[in-house]
Design a protein around this ligand. Structure first.
Ligand SMILES: Nc1ncnc2c1ncn2[C@@H]1O[C@H](COP(=O)(O)OP(=O)(O)OP(=O)(O)O)[C@@H](O)[C@H]1O
Length: 394
């Protein structure tokens, strides 16, 4: 991990009561968020997640209490100035629709008076950081991009002026499940590089455990039910509310704690377009493989034909499989399973941070981990054997 560029956040007795309401939306919250951490706010609809988030950048003014960013008490700061130093990402990116990607990303730097060359350089850097090719996307309008690409630009825009804090309100709520996994993995990779302080609101406990160094579980009125690491929450739910919120699938929720990088991968045999099929087949057979991965010059997967398919042509063809399932090292085993199911495949390719194929993960490996976790969980439970049971009921 690189140097932490994030700042701590502290909420000190913060209350929000909207005008004309009987009860406060947030009753009195004290919260410390460590610099360089990702904290995920979860809880049922209407519990006050968004209200709490928006008080941090004063899009919503607290009724009482103080908010600190680093050592700065920002409660009395000019809200416009404050928001220039806090990145903010909302669902669907929230881009200005008539502005190009580069104009959107440069919005805050222009307000801050940066010169054109510095803005252009920063835009290139950020587009690369969020995984978009600058030459392809710089001049695009939001309507000419997919939802996932727009959301990547939204993250780039929020990071434009290098703020220490990034606030994200349901950022991946509006994209399909596979894109969602890619965006989550991309956020984890960005965080490894930048070490900002990130607060993310989500409805999804699984997303919270995947992204959060810590998870904050709220109930109605912004009441803190538990604030801890995903491991702590899953191992020791603080009370019945948390237990119910986590749900009956708690054992399988552990699958979200196990990352692709934590389990063994199978090696893969790779080939390039134009390679001799016979040579590739010989190489694959020697390695005991029944299929290969065709990769491009950067090592990114294009297709994974079986050896029978390879044998139908003299040379490796340039076919690109648009549904090739891939996961990143930071993906969870649940993501890997989803990806396999979506592609109707019994395995998934594992890629490094730049998308190059490094191995494969099979459904057998994932099932072995699930079996191990289930038997660990059962060993912890009171053991009732078949004979105990029949004796007890006889
Ligand atoms: N502008 C407002 N005026 C009055 N009440 C509001 C206002 N905004 C939110 N509320 C109320 O405050 C409470 C908390 O809302 P908030 O949006 O923070 O919850 P949330 O946990 O983010 O919900 P969701 O998950 O549905 O987005 C809710 O009861 C909501 O109806």
């Amino acid at each position: 991990m690189t140097d932490i560029t994030g700042a701590s956040i502290r909420l000190d007795g913060v209350v929000k009561q909207y005008k004309g309401t009987a009860k406060p939306a947030v009753q009195k919250i004290d919260l410390d968020i460590e610099a360089g951490h990702i904290v995920a706010f979860v809880g049922p609809s209407g519990c006050g997640k968004t209200t709490t988030l928006k008080m941090i950048n004063r899009l919503i003014e607290p009724t009482e209490g103080r908010i600190f960013i680093g050592d700065r008490d920002v409660t009395g700061e000019d809200p416009d100035k404050l928001r220039q130093s806090i990145g903010y990402v909302i669902q669907s990116g929230g881009l200005f629709p008539h502005w190009s990607v580069s104009k959107n990303i440069g919005a805050i730097p222009r307000v801050l008076g940066w010169d054109k060359a510095r803005i252009a350089e920063r835009t290139e850097y950020l587009l690369d950081l969020v995984g978009l090719d600058a030459d392809t996307f710089r001049d695009r309008l939001p309507k000419d991009m997919s939802g996932g690409q727009q959301q990547r630009v939204g993250v780039a825009r929020a990071l434009a002026a290098d703020p220490p804090v990034l606030l994200m309100d349901e950022p991946f709520g509006a994209v399909d499940p596979i894109t969602r996994v890619r965006l989550q993995d991309s956020l984890i990779a960005i965080q490894h590089e930048l070490a900002k302080t990130i607060v993310i609101v989500t409805h999804d406990f699984e997303e919270a455990t995947k992204l959060g160094d810590k998870v904050l579980i709220l109930s109605e009125g912004g009441k803190i039910e538990q604030y801890g690491t995903p491991e702590e929450i899953l191992a020791k739910p603080a009370n019945a509310f948390v237990e119910e919120f986590i749900g009956s699938g708690a054992t399988l929720a552990h699958l979200t704690l196990t990352r692709v990088k934590d389990v063994d991968h199978n090696p893969v045999v790779t080939a390039r377009v134009g390679d001799s099929s016979r040579e590739v087949i010989n190489r694959a057979k020697a390695a005991g493989a029944t299929w290969i991965v065709v990769v491009d010059d950067q090592g990114r997967g294009r297709a994974w034909p079986s050896l029978d398919e390879v044998a139908t042509k003299e040379r490796i063809s340039d076919y690109v499989d648009p549904r090739l399932p891939t996961v990143a090292p930071s993906s969870t085993l649940n993501d890997a399973l989803d990806s396999m199911l979506a592609a109707s495949q019994g395995g998934v390719l594992v890629t490094d941070g730049r998308g190059a194929v490094t191995g494969a993960l099979t459904i057998a490996t994932v099932m072995a981990v699930i079996r191990g976790q289930l038997s660990d969980a059962r060993a912890d439970e009171e053991q009732v054997t078949y004979s105990d049971h029949t004796e007890g009921t006889a």
